[in-house]
Design a protein around this ligand. Structure first.
Ligand SMILES: [Zn+2]
Ligand SMILES: [Zn+2]
Length: 322
């Protein structure tokens, strides 16, 4: 099959690679480019030494299913890229994203076919009602759901999303779908215009009073922002560090805010299967809202161009279609 292969920092090429040998195979219809894929392409990633096929936000058609799997050829499905074990003490404690016994899909999705181990099918594969690129958003939305779950939202809460890259934009749309007032802060005028066209309140940095907001989502990887917003968020507010920082990076915390103002700093990465199921229900219910974030659909052959657009901040979500 044809695959878009990451061959080193800043390098992607189309190659012929062996078809997957798994018992359950999905023909990829669309696969979203994630922040992690972009980071790998631009800086490398210890999880993905080249050569590697990236991509984990995908949906497609079942082309091979073993007897007794409950699936038959031609059904459309979305596949979670990983799933927690569900039985270890960490899973039982509700911190499933930290499970050390996760199971995974075989390989990336920027290609024609993805293999799924038969044992993974009952936990990680979900039927979808129709082939639709909106289902490539289930995984990133699951990560957003995990983040939202760590906020302290209450009656009358106002949320500030810092940064409207693809994930910041998805957060803003999730709060819109939930009917929670949200403001987005974004320095890039092009991104501001797009978010404003969705009817979302969007400001330049400095154009709002941070103390008016009790929940802040930091969707940009700048540590100074974490310190600034923590110091200025409303009393009893929560700041979510959603964008990751480099390992060993230190963040300055205003002690007065934490102690006397009961402000919390929390962080999340990834999702648990309950978030994946919530996200799947959410995209089904609000297709009109979430489809806005898909700004480009491109072929695998155009992959390099797609990564270029993302690295220049000229796109939100790009779906690669084999
Ligand atoms: Zn992702
Ligand atoms: Zn576990």
């Amino acid at each position: 099959m044809r695959a878009l292969v990451y061959t080193g920092i800043g390098q992607l090429e189309m190659r012929d690679v062996p078809d997957p040998e798994a018992e359950f195979v999905v023909k990829v219809l669309g696969s979203g480019i994630c922040g992690t894929d972009l980071k790998t392409y631009m800086k490398g990633h210890h999880f993905f030494p080249p050569p590697a096929v990236l991509g984990h936000e995908f949906y497609g058609t079942v082309t091979k299913a073993p007897k007794g799997s409950g699936y038959s050829g031609g059904e459309t499905v979305v596949v979670a890229p990983y799933a927690e074990c569900g039985v270890c003490p960490i899973c039982k404690a509700g911190a499933e994203t930290l499970c050390k016994n996760k199971s995974f899909v075989d390989g990336g999705a920027f290609c024609e076919y993805v293999g799924v181990p038969a044992s993974y099918v009952p936990t990680g594969v979900f039927r979808i009602p129709r082939p639709d690129d909106i289902f490539a958003l289930v995984e990133p939305l699951a990560c957003v759901q995990n983040g939202v779950g760590h906020l302290r939202l209450k009656e009358g809460s106002r949320v500030l999303v810092v940064g409207s890259g693809p994930m910041g934009a998805l957060f803003a749309l999730v709060f819109t779908a939930k009917g929670i007032p949200v403001t987005v802060v974004e320095p890039n005028a092009l991104r501001r215009d797009i978010v404003a066209s969705w009817g979302i309140d969007v400001r330049e940095p400095g154009q709002m009073k941070i103390g008016d907001y009790d929940n802040v989502v930091i969707a940009v990887n700048k540590k100074e922002l974490v310190s600034d917003y923590l110091k200025q968020v409303a009393d009893a507010g929560t700041v979510l560090m959603f964008a990751g920082l480099a390992k060993d990076e230190q963040v300055a915390v205003d002690a007065y805010s934490v102690h006397y103002r009961e402000v919390s700093l929390v962080g999340t990465s990834g999702y648990a299967m309950r978030h994946f199921r919530q996200a799947l229900a959410m995209v089904g219910d609000h297709k009109d809202i979430f489809s806005r974030v898909i700004t480009h659909r491109m072929t695998l052959e155009e992959g390099k161009e797609a990564f270029g657009l993302l690295s220049e901040g000229k796109a939100f979500k790009i779906i690669l279609k084999p």
